[in-house]
Design a protein around this ligand. Sequence first.
Ligand code: IPE
Ligand code: MG
Length: 231
Amino acid sequence: MDGNGRWATRRFLPRTAGHVRGVQAVRKVVESCGRRGVEFLTLFAFSSENWRRPKDEVSLLMKLFMQTLEKEVDQLVEQGVRLRVVGDLAAFEPRLQGLIHSAQEKTAHNTRLNLTIAANYGGRWDILNAMRSVLRTQPELLRDPEKLDETVLAPHLSMAFAPEPDLFIRTGGEQRISNFLVWQLAYTELYFTPDYWPDFGDSQLEAAFEWYRGRERRFGRTSDQLTPASN
Ligand code: IPE
Ligand code: MG
């Protein structure tokens, strides 16, 4: 979700106004994904690098995060949304950690849409964290490192509960991953749009899906191998 600041600056508004509108866009997109039958939606809300922003902006983002968790949980329950938050949550203030915990609990039985918020998340952090967890739980692998393969590591990643993403959408015009799900995006279709996040909604989502429908996912195979007759 990129472009909140520029959306606001263009309107001679403070950047924070862009973040407030960004939350409204989240609401729209969650609702739209639920309606369209999307099973997993993961939003990159705050990267481990975002702490470098001015103090005021960071604290507004934290405040917005808390307010939204408090205000929206009932709505999520109503929509059948299960909320999870992934990232290094220990860095957040205890009140925010508590709100995250209780929102996860309250929505734990929902099955319609799995909404994951990546907060204080970094893809490299995720892989390192998974490695540490492997070493802690299977120290015997140190004697036989050849046994460490993708199937050993993947269950320790923070998104282990979800399939790898089919589609990645970045708003705001930059064409990079910026340390999002670096392991899981290996075969994901990457979609970049100049739209700023606050302007992203149902019709922009439809445009992304339309683009995705035109992609051919080969996973390293040739085009011919994908047609059932030639398999
Ligand atoms: C994304 O919008 C929101 C967060 C990272 C929280 P930005 O704040 O990065 O907006 P720009 O890139 O400055 O326009
Ligand atoms: Mg940005």
